[in-house]
Design a protein around this ligand. Structure first.
Ligand code: ADP
Length: 203
């Protein structure tokens, strides 16, 4: 049986989305990752990849036939029309991929994990939105440690995401992830118990 309803799980970089999703998964809830869906639609053998190579040039492919992301980024970087073309191709495919994965989910509810839940049209795919929130200083520290990158690189990603206050204003539920991992897990369990009381018809 398909899950009764879908929760959207979001948060800025380094907020602890993946850590929260991992714990929901341990509780038996199917999590669909929007970033993974975006990667799957351009895997070798998928029609989108051939279309992209045909539109731009075979230079956007690696020698092994997979997508050369850096080359594609360079091709659309200074050209909004090309970016729009790419988004018009990929967004419906990513949406289909997400919906297909959610349709396969059989847990009481399913989760769509998406850093851009509110920025993209993906909010329409979920019934409620859960925001994992953390102070910016912690976001920076965690993301820098996890990815081994400089502060400026994390700040650039932060700047491209929704400001914290706007994200919080759109949330139905919020977990404040400013403690240790055990505290995050307890918060996830508390909300999980609540979510199990909701059926597909409730907001
Ligand atoms: P996101 O998916 O939102 O970018 P992650 O879940 O990957 O963030 O968390 C970023 C890093 O911080 C990871 O290495 C994660 O293990 C760690 N982390 C997340 N929450 C906590 C916490 N409450 N205490 C300690 N480390 C945490």
């Amino acid at each position: 049986m398909t899950s009764a309803w879908t929760l959207g799980l979001t948060g800025g970089i380094g907020s602890g989305k993946s850590a929260a999703a991992e714990h929901f998964a341990r509780l038996g809830i199917t999590c669909v990752d929007a970033d993974q869906a975006a990667r799957w639609v351009v895997e070798p053998g998928r029609p989108a990849l051939a279309e992209i190579a045909g539109h731009f040039s075979p230079a956007v492919l690696q020698p092994d036939g997979s997508l050369n992301r850096a080359a594609l980024r360079a091709a659309i970087f200074a050209d909004p029309a090309q970016r729009r073309w790419l988004e018009a191709l990929l967004h419906p495919l990513i949406r289909q991929e997400i919906l297909a994965a959610l349709a396969r989910a059989a847990s009481p509810y399913a989760i769509l994990v998406s850093p851009l839940l509110f920025e993209s049209g993906q909010r329409a795919l979920v019934r409620r939105g859960l925001v994992i929130d953390a102070p910016e200083a912690l976001q920076l520290e965690r993301a820098m440690r996890r990815d081994g990158v400089e502060e400026a690189q994390v700040r650039a990603i932060l700047a491209a995401q929704l400001p914290r206050a706007e994200r919080l204003a759109k949330a139905d539920d919020v977990i404040c992830n400013d403690g240790d991992l055990a505290t995050l897990h307890t918060e996830v369990e508390r909300l999980h118990s609540f979510y199990l009381t909701l059926d597909g018809g409730q907001a």
